[in-house]
Write a protein that binds this ligand. Structure first.
Ligand code: AP5
Length: 196
């Protein structure tokens, strides 16, 4: 049976950092897959974008087609080995929030766990401003809070269309990163014991 743990969180919350560190410590063997990378490969092949931060500005229909292509690849991988999927519950596009996993996509992936990484809006704002390698959206703290609220709501709807359990992990400054990594390691160890 395919086994998938989804890691979500709004841009700049630190989900990729936590995921990378947790994978070094867990006894579970997961293949790390970045949903954005798979979509990006398809988008470049189709000549749609040159940079990953352009993808969320494509028209929603095109983004949904890319999502489905990425999901089909992920299920193939997950049939062979457990997948840790770095992705987004919702994407802020210029015309509104896009579901990261519309019904036809969540039903294909059928995740076992959905992990939501969260931090305070001011922490996220600070991390985005310091991250000069990326073309991060400029948002107010209120907009960041609304996006995090929407992600919780989206996760519930995904759980209704899959067998997923939901776990929220907070990633605060200072010792927060260490604690967040430990929590994710616990989830992964537990998840894989269910898989065995
Ligand atoms: P993706 O590849 O996921 O990029 P992203 O959204 O920018 O996420 P990152 O991984 O860069 O950010 P992060 O929050 O994980 O932050 P990081 O760990 O770097 O997605 C790319 C694109 O793919 C999306 O824009 C979208 O278009 C598309 N996509 C993906 N999934 C999709 C889907 N399902 N449907 C449709 N489109 C989809 O950390 C940020 C900074 O914070 C770092 O500098 C780090 O050092 C720092 N930091 C982290 N934790 C702490 C801490 N505790 N204290 C202090 N600093 C910290």
């Amino acid at each position: 049976m395919p086994f998938v743990v989804m890691i979500t969180g709004i841009p700049g919350v630190g989900k990729s950092t936590i995921t990378r560190l947790a994978l070094k410590r867990t006894r579970a063997k997961f293949r790390l897959v970045n949903f954005g990378d798979l979509m990006f490969e398809e988008a470049v092949k189709a000549g749609l974008v040159k940079h990953r931060d352009e993808m969320r500005k494509l028209d929603p229909k095109t983004q949904r087609e890319l999502q489905l292509k990425a999901a089909q690849k992920i299920v193939e991988i997950a049939r062979e080995e457990p997948v840790l999927l770095d992705t987004h519950a919702t994407i802020r596009t210029p015309v509104g929030y896009l579901l990261g996993f519309p019904r036809e996509v969540i039903e294909v992936i059928n995740p076992n766990f959905i992990v939501i990484i969260e931090a305070t809006p001011s922490e996220i704002l600070g991390r985005r401003l310091r991250d000069l390698k990326r073309d991060r959206d400029v948002e107010t703290e209120e907009q960041i809070e609304r996006h995090q609220d929407l992600n919780r709501a989206a996760a519930i709807s995904y759980a209704m269309h899959s067998n997923a359990l939901i776990k929220i992990i907070e990633n605060h400054e200072d010792k927060g990163l260490e604690e967040a990594v430990n929590e994710l390691v616990q989830v992964l160890d537990l998840a894989v014991s269910e898989y065995d």
